[in-house]
Design a protein around this ligand. Structure first.
Ligand SMILES: Cc1cc2nc3c(=O)[nH]c(=O)nc-3n(C[C@H](O)[C@H](O)[C@H](O)COP(=O)(O)OP(=O)(O)OC[C@H]3O[C@@H](n4cnc5c(N)ncnc54)[C@H](O)[C@@H]3O)c2cc1C
Length: 507
């Protein structure tokens, strides 16, 4: 390694790890997904001394593998989970208020057919109720469309049986950016945060949790003392020592295609039996998904199998038969694990997305379930309990009012649609957002990996800028690039995707 520049990210990391080892924390948060970062932000804003450790990169778990929706969940309404839908709908609006750069209103067209589970009259009533459950002010007003209007809007939609549609609103977000910006906010309020630092074990001694964590960069262990511990490790949470939680994991896969192949102005609801999938416009791309199947495989990088791809493409082919979308059109994919509160029975899609906050041992909290959309509420409820357990008087929760970050700090760097590739952005991610590896920038900070068909071509420039920011020597730079390119090649070969140079983006 070359000597990195002064006041560099390495020094700041060492300082953070040093403070984690020295300070007595009020609360240590395990897991840097959306729930852990939300808890850290809220606790820091209420004046608690907070630490957060993440075993890999921030947002590398489920929180960078969602459908990118801020939603109450129309289908949960059909399942009768009114309270859940109300909570999530209100939170959708909160995120739109505190982080408008990460919450674009998005219309969904839900086509209807005769004699079918989702009858048009039921859906018309449903979407009106959906608007009401947002406190009467959804991100846009729902409406009903006639058959003609549907085909004007979606010319490629199957001619088979469509009677009309309902159109309703949810929000499109950028899940990984929501995590990173939340962590940045937490840090700006005093939270000490470290990625690539995994929790190993803990012991309760004299009312204090003595926790061991491993600093993967330095390759050593540190001890962190905390009065309270919040286990927010999502799909990992029932594998953490002292956890009292039980999960049922289900896998969801998304595919990304070029929007020119499916030029939809709004998101489209696709149905398969009683299941719902989405085609979601995402800038120059369309996100297709998702699947929902029980999962017991390895936790790191769950795979996207042939069956998953075929299932999604088959459902799409029924709705848009003339588009002829095939595997060759897939330019990206991701697979994530839902950390559902255990319910061994029934269809994965029918399990409630409720959340649970439990104290299994004195000062040890497990926070599980929920959704990206409800993370702030989960964090507020968790921190309320932590504050009570600490016996503190703390100011009330302000996370629903205070902007996530000042607008000037997000411009050109954090948005729903991936930003253009620039040196300034890449260096910012290294200096201010804890990016350590090429894939941290290509995936979590920017989504260029899933969005840009020329990801392989831009990677050397990105690696070069990271090398300058982080003081990588030529061998480190080459190794980072080789690891990344090998991963891209493996994906390309495995799924017979379009050759990356075939499609060009306009940035
Ligand atoms: C396919 C799919 C689609 C979804 N779509 C949506 C959607 O559109 N809208 C919505 O609202 N919700 C959606 N969800 C749900 C939402 O994504 C999840 O509820 C949410 O991201 C879970 O966040 P989390 O912080 O609990 O878990 P994670 O994001 O997985 O975070 C847990 C973190 O803990 C870390 N960790 C694990 N072990 C340790 C350890 N020992 N030490 C330190 N760190 C550790 C992991 O590395 C990970 O980063 C979707 C989920 C899936 C799977």
């Amino acid at each position: 390694m070359r000597d990195p520049p002064e006041d560099n990210p390495h020094q700041r990391r060492q300082q953070a790890l040093g403070r984690l080892g020295e300070d007595l924390l009020d609360v240590l948060v395990l897991g840097g997904g959306i729930v852990g970062s939300g808890v850290a932000r809220d606790a820091a804003m209420r004046g608690l001394r907070v630490g957060l450790v993440e075993q890999s990169d921030f947002a590398s778990g489920t929180s960078s593998r969602s459908s990118h929706l801020l939603h109450g969940g129309l289908r949960y309404l059909a399942q009768g989970y009114l309270r859940l839908v109300h909570e999530a709908s209100m939170e959708k609006r909160v995120i739109h208020r505190i982080a408008p750069h990460l919450a674009d209103p998005l219309a969904f067209v839900f086509p209807t057919r005769p004699g079918w589970a989702w009858a048009k009259w039921k859906l018309s009533v449903g979407v009106r109720l959906y608007d009401l459950l947002c406190g009467r002010r959804n991100l846009g007003a729902s409406s009903t469309l006639g058959r003609r209007e549907v085909y004007d809007l979606l010319p490629g939609l199957t001619r088979n049986d469509i009677t009309g549609a309902v159109r309703y609103y949810d929000g499109l977000t950028n899940d990984a950016r929501l995590v990173i910006d939340t962590i940045r906010s937490a840090a700006s309020h005093g939270a000490i945060v470290a990625n690539y630092c995994g929790f190993l074990d803990a012991e309760l001694q004299g009312g204090l949790w003595r926790c061991r964590a491993r600093d993967d960069v330095a390759g050593n262990e540190i001890e962190i003392r905390a009065r309270q511990v919040v286990n927010a490790t999502g799909p990992w949470s029932d594998r953490i020592p002292h956890s009292h939680t039980r999960l049922r994991l289900t896998k969801g896969v998304h595919l990304v295609i070029d929007r020119r192949r499916l030029p939809i102005p709004d998101a489209v609801v696709l149905t398969e039996g009683s299941r719902i999938l989405f085609a979601i416009p995402w800038g120059e791309r369309v996100i297709l998904g998702t699947t929902d199947t029980d999962y017991d495989g390895p936790m790191e990088s769950p795979s996207c199998d042939d069956d998953d791809i075929d299932y999604i493409l088959d459902v799409l082919a029924v709705a848009f038969p003339e588009a002829g979308i095939s595997r060759a059109d897939v330019i990206g994919f991701w697979a994530g694990l839902r950390p559902l509160v255990a319910d061994r029975h029934g269809n994965p899609s029918d399990i409630s997305r409720r959340h649970e906050i439990t104290m299994g041992e004195p000062g040890w909290w497990d926070v599980t379930g929920g959704k990206l959309t409800t993370y702030r509420l989960m964090a507020e409820q968790t921190v309320d309990q932590v504050v009570r357990a600490l016996g503190r008087q703390s100011p009330p929760c302000r996370t629903a009012e205070e902007p996530l970050l000042p607008a000037a700090e997000t411009e050109g760097l954090s948005a729903v649609i991936p930003p253009p590739v620039t040196e300034r952005a890449v260096k910012h991610y290294c200096h201010n957002e804890w990016a350590r590896h090429l894939h941290d920038v290509m995936i979590r900070r920017t989504y260029w990996h899933h969005y840009r068909a020329d990801r392989q071509e831009i990677a050397p420039s990105v690696a070069g800028w990271m090398a300058e920011a982080l003081g990588w020597d030529p061998a480190t730079t080459a190794a980072e690039l080789a690891t990344y390119i090998a991963a891209v090649r493996e994906e390309t070969l495995r799924f017979a995707m379009t050759h990356p140079t075939k499609l060009q983006t306009d940035h």
